[in-house]
Design a protein around this ligand. Structure first.
Ligand code: CTP
Length: 419
């Protein structure tokens, strides 16, 4: 019999749900387990509401019947033998069929066959993720640990389950780094060597940009990001994704600036749709030639690519700003930029106070100023669109921004146009 776990630090509601799943398993003669992150985090005392259930047998059928009993919604992926139930209380649970996997070639997605819980655990990434808890009533709460996951969890070790693990699925390299940083664990010496060997073999070139991008997004959403980036640097993992890519040497400082920019934007620009992910990427992808090459390799969306480029361009353009620049000059210089590089640029540690103020003033105020006199108004007064017309319009708006005029009438006087 496996160790019986203490469920006292999970909510009674979740415990009841797990018991219901176990009872349903018994009624339908199928063994069911909760696995992976939920178990790992239960054992380390962290809350994790990602509930992954493994069913020995057809999980799609199981989840379909259970959803009926719960009056929940079920979404099935027959191809992967998986299903998700969204319950009326909003909780979402994932169901997968216990499976064995084979990889036809390095980096390819695996082909999947039904298997036992043990086979299912043995195909997983690390021993700390290869833990399951039995849910059937007679054995409820018993740990299934066929890879010494509990020992590794207690010792703080990230350990793969077989020699080929990183070659089969190179995204596990990023996952290892993520768990190491998150739990302050250590990747075992053997696995550190396997990571270097896998990188050396060029296996990263075989996986899609989208999958690598997802892994980096996951890393950037963690708390211990600077430690993880350090590890990426030690393995030269970014350089293996594209030779132009290096983690900036001052990453930690940039990371602090990004946090401050996001915090500032959430309080000072509450109505502005800020892409916080773009600000996080600005800490990692800073060199112009790398931005181009890596965006293409990782299939970054055009909008993100444009924002990363804007950030490097902004660094140059900010040199044109002086402490004496008028609001209209600030507006003219900063208006081509989206708010993300501006907020990030504003928080750079070497930025003089007056610059911080000017960028802040642009984002919180100038950016939203509506012209008192528009092109339409000038046309109605008989002016024809032309270069001179545009100059006039800008003169009017600049005067408004600089506080020289405060009504349309004053603008017409300034422009010498009959009202
Ligand atoms: N898994 C794996 N290999 C991968 C991805 C996932 O073996 N490349 C397995 C692991 O057993 C993992 C489970 O699938 O526990 C679920 O994956 P995921 O949801 O990504 O991870 P979690 O364990 O939930 O961890 P996290 O807290 O990072 O989301």
């Amino acid at each position: 019999m496996g160790e019986v776990l203490d469920f006292s630090n999970i909510s009674p509601h979740i415990r009841r749900l797990l018991q219901e799943i176990g009872m349903f398993g018994e009624e339908t003669s199928r063994s069911v387990y909760v696995v992976g992150g939920f178990v790992r985090d239960l054992l380390t005392g962290r809350e994790n509401l990602d509930i992954d259930i493994v069913v020995e047998g057809d999980a799609v059928d199981f989840a379909g019947q259970l959803a009926k009993a719960w009056e929940g919604q079920v979404h099935a992926h027959h191809q992967f033998k998986t299903a998700a139930i969204t319950r009326l209380d909003g909780l979402k649970l994932d169901f997968v069929s216990a499976r064995s996997e084979t990889y036809s070639s390095p980096g390819a997605l695996p082909s999947v066959e039904y298997g036992t819980i043990v086979e299912d655990l043995l195909r997983r990434d690390f021993s700390i993720n290869a833990l399951a808890i039995q849910l059937r009533p007679d054995t409820f709460g018993e740990l299934v640990d066929c890879t010494d996951g509990l020992r590794d969890l207690r010792a703080g070790h990230i350990r793969t389950l077989h020699e080929q693990s990183f070659v089969d699925d190179p995204t596990r390299i990023f996952r290892a780094i993520r768990y190491e940083g998150r739990y302050n664990f250590q990747i075992t010496a053997g696995d550190q060597k396997r990571i270097l060997d896998t990188i050396e073999q060029g296996v990263l070139d075989l996986i899609s940009g989208q999958r690598i991008r997802n892994e980096i997004d996951h890393i950037l959403s963690e708390e211990a990001v600077p430690q993880m980036i350090n590890r990426l640097r030690e393995f030269d993992l970014l350089g293996a994704i594209h030779p132009t890519w290096k983690a900036p040497p001052d990453f930690d400082i940039l990371w602090t600036a990004a946090g401050q920019a996001i915090e500032w934007a959430s309080t000072s620009l509450p109505n502005e749709p800020i892409n916080t992910g773009a600000i996080l990427w600005m800490t990692l992808l800073t060199a112009p030639d790398a931005i181009e090459a890596v965006s293409s390799r990782l299939a970054l969306e055009n909008q993100l690519y444009a924002k990363l480029n804007a950030q490097t361009q902004l660094e140059h353009d900010l040199n044109a700003l002086s402490a004496l620049s008028k609001p209209s000059e600030v507006y003219h210089l900063l208006n081509p930029y989206p708010p993300e590089p501006l907020a990030f640029g504003m928080m750079q540690s070497n930025q003089p106070d007056w610059r911080v103020e000017k960028i802040g003033d642009y984002l919180t105020h100038l950016m939203r100023v509506q012209p008192l006199v528009t092109g339409e108004d000038l046309i109605q007064r008989g002016l024809k669109p032309s270069r001179a017309f545009s100059d006039l319009l800008w003169k009017a708006f600049a005067a408004q921004l600089n506080g020289q005029v405060s009504t349309a009438q004053e603008i017409y006087q300034l422009l010498d146009i009959e009202k």
